[in-house]
Write a protein that binds this ligand. Sequence first.
Ligand code: CA
Length: 225
Amino acid sequence: MRVLVVEDERRLSDNIARALRESAGYAVDIATDGAQGFYLAESNAYDLIILDLMLPKLDGQSLLVRYRKRGHETPVLVLSARDEKESVVKLLNAGADDYIAKPFDLGEFLARAKALVRRGAGQHSPVISIGDLQLDTVSRSVRRGNKEVALAPMEYRVLEYLGHRPRAVVSKTELLEHLYDYNWEKFSNVIEVYISGLRRKIDDCSDEKLIHTVRGHGYVLRPSR
Ligand code: CA
């Protein structure tokens, strides 16, 4: 999962980014003004956008209106100041999905962010079940049958992305776009390494395989019957 944070207060954007990376395992890009935010939002594949209202160059509301007009459906969580109640109503009517008033508790912020990422993928429960595989996106823990599976952080992130799109064919390019921020050089062979690690930990112990390769297209997470 990959998140764009559009916020000009450096300390706040750093705190938010750290929380999203460390407590949610998301890849995070930061834009410090509205124009850069709009550019990044248009040119990358995000699962959530965190949007401040008062921004240099292009304000949050104009950014959102322009972004929705182009047909983008990525969920948007607005950061508002206490005295911005009226703007919040306008923003929700302009296509924002939720808001949180500053100053906010990071725990509440993370819970809202995760809920929006889930809903953006059409998933309402925090626990994703595929056959007898259970992925708890709150505790970031995985079980196959009644056995806990220990995954490396990147393996978990690959599995979580596939779990948010069960039965869909997900290409290596899509995985790379959603699992790394813009500072990373992207090599598609690393995905093969994580997939083989996941197969070893999740599928080798069972007769029912859940991770399937669609040759030339990508991977699918689904029960085999
Ligand atoms: Ca601001």
